[in-house]
Ligand binder design. Structure first.
Ligand code: NDP
Ligand code: 2IT
Length: 444
């Protein structure tokens, strides 16, 4: 059995109830097989892969809080400190009912290679809770965040582990988490990113994931001799990533015709009105169906995903496994020739194979959505320097980082004889730096 297969098999035996984690590892290990084969004896001798797939530490804790009716509620909290090979643990916090240990491990594992691709000194981590912020009052969210931080603060720090947002954790939650950290430790430090501008946040962090997604997508399309202007774009989600992806796609002259939430999707053939959608989602915290109630040209499709809508470009920006093999085939049948992932692991492995077999321009999540964590790292730099850069300066750096990710991904793919396969390119380019750092640091 090859080294890669051995490691993967052992992991399947050990963690059969962590399907998302196994899927993420499977994709990375398959991609890096050529580089592993070329260095097999050396990597085996230091158990490089066995160490890479086992988190350095998993913190799992009880989060008790009291709801508005005075009832005591209990959730589970996690922080997976996966890899500190190239920097302090860095990655978001997800508050969503589906959160469990396997989910956290999948996201933490992906984060290692994504963060490596940014070229910045950040290791991989992820955390969160099965708490669902939907329908909770601000007071309940605050009490939950404070209780969550009462445990988490022991394990994080500006040079140790720096959480940020993810699904269900936005500006409001980061604010409450930061306030409680400061109260508990008495320190004013850059321990979280995605902070508000009045207390150490970075300009352009809010926009960074969605904007970065479009910067790399535009580059990929341009290099293929096409242009994004005039393209029809299908987007899923209507959270932080989706809203800013839509905004930048529109600014680039594309027409975005869908957005979604967990209830269904809206289709607006005239093009999404982003200002209205932002108001519905960010100010009113309403369901996406509201858009179709307000806009005569729009339709609401309850309980459906947008992948059956005719498009040139698909940008999945909601959640993992939201594009199945069938969905991928449907997209292609309806004219889609480019997919770039704003969400983490939105396409199943079968769906990715469909893209590759059909020569779709495909940029995987690790590369495509790295703009968010990259600007988080820039926020850390600004906090350390006690300075803030202008929006334009951060945005220019973001563009530079997304371009350099594109260059790394395409050149790694070419070096290993897989020109145009950005899955292999992203995984190899991300892996190389982490592997080198791990080798240099000995068996730790
Ligand atoms: P938000 O919480 O802001 O938005 C999440 C969106 O996804 C909401 O519209 C939500 O709808 C929708 N959604 C959640 N669950 C489902 C589901 N089961 N089916 C369909 N839609 C669903 O999160 P973000 O925008 O921050 O994150 C979106 C994705 O991007 C995630 O995969 C995240 O890991 C990834 N990501 C985020 C980064 C960031 O900087 N924020 C950086 C890199 C990646 P509803 O409100 O109904 O639940
Ligand atoms: O998946 C991700 O990269 C994020 N949720 C952002 C993490 C971060 O630390 O900014």
């Amino acid at each position: 059995m090859s080294y890669v297969s051995e490691v993967y098999q052992t992991l399947c035996d050990k963690y059969p109830d962590e399907p998302e984690f196994l899927m993420a590892v499977n994709e990375v290990l398959n991609s890096i097989e050529p580089i592993i084969k070329a260095n097999e004896a050396r990597y085996r001798s230091i158990a490089l892969l066995e160490r890479m797939v086992e988190p350095e530490r998993i913190i799992s804790f009880r989060v008790p809080w009291i709801d508005d009716e005075g009832k005591v509620r209990v959730n589970r909290g996690f922080r997976v400190q996966f890899s500190s090979a190239i920097g302090p643990y860095k990655g978001g916090l997800r508050f969503h009912p589906s959160v469990n240990q396997g989910m956290m491990k999948f996201l933490g594992f992906e984060q290692i290679f994504k963060n490596s691709l940014t070229g910045l000194p950040i290791g991989g981590g992820k955390g969160g809770s099965d708490f669902d912020p939907h329908g909770k009052s601000d007071r309940e969210v605050m009490l939950f965040c404070q209780s969550f931080m009462n445990e988490l603060f022991k394990h994080i720090g500006a040079d140790v582990d720096v959480p940020a947002g993810d699904i269900g954790v936005g500006a409001r939650e980061v604010g409450y988490l930061y306030g409680q950290y400061k109260r508990l430790t008495g320190t004013y430090e850059g321990v979280l990113t995605g902070k508000g501008l009045s207390y150490g946040g970075s300009l352009a962090r809010t926009e960074a994931t969605g904007y970065g997604l479009l910067y790399i997508t535009e580059r990929m399309i341009r290099e293929a001799g096409r242009t994004i202007e005039g393209c029809t774009v299908v987007v899923s989600g209507s959270g932080n990533v989706a809203l800013h992806a839509i905004e930048k796609a529109l600014a680039m002259g594309a027409k975005v015709v869908t957005a979604s939430d967990s209830g269904g999707y809206i289709y607006d053939p005239d093009g999404i009105n982003i200002e209205l959608l932002k108001k519905i989602k960010l100010q009113d915290r309403a369901r996406i169906s509201r858009y179709a109630e307000l806009v005569p040209s729009a339709e609401y499709h309850e309980g459906e995903k947008p992948w059956g809508v005719r498009c040139d470009i698909a940008l999945p920006c909601a959640i993992q496994n939201e594009i199945s093999k069938d969905d991928a085939e449907t997209l292609i049948r309806n004219g889609c020739w480019c997919v770039a992932e704003g969400a983490n692991m939105p396409s199943s492995l079968d769906a990715i194979n469909v893209y590759l077999e059909n020569s779709i321009l495909f940029m995987p999540a690790k590369a495509a959505n790295a703009g968010g964590v990259a600007v988080s790292a820039l926020e850390m730099s600004q906090d350390s320097q006690r300075l803030s850069w202008t929006f334009e300066e951060v945005d220019e750096r973001l563009k530079g980082i997304m371009n350099s990710i594109y260059d790394k991904v395409t050149s790694a793919a070419e070096r290993y004889g897989c020109k145009g396969n950005f899955v292999i390119g992203a995984n190899i380019a991300g892996f190389e730096k982490v592997a080198e750092a791990m080798e240099a640091q000995g068996i730790v």
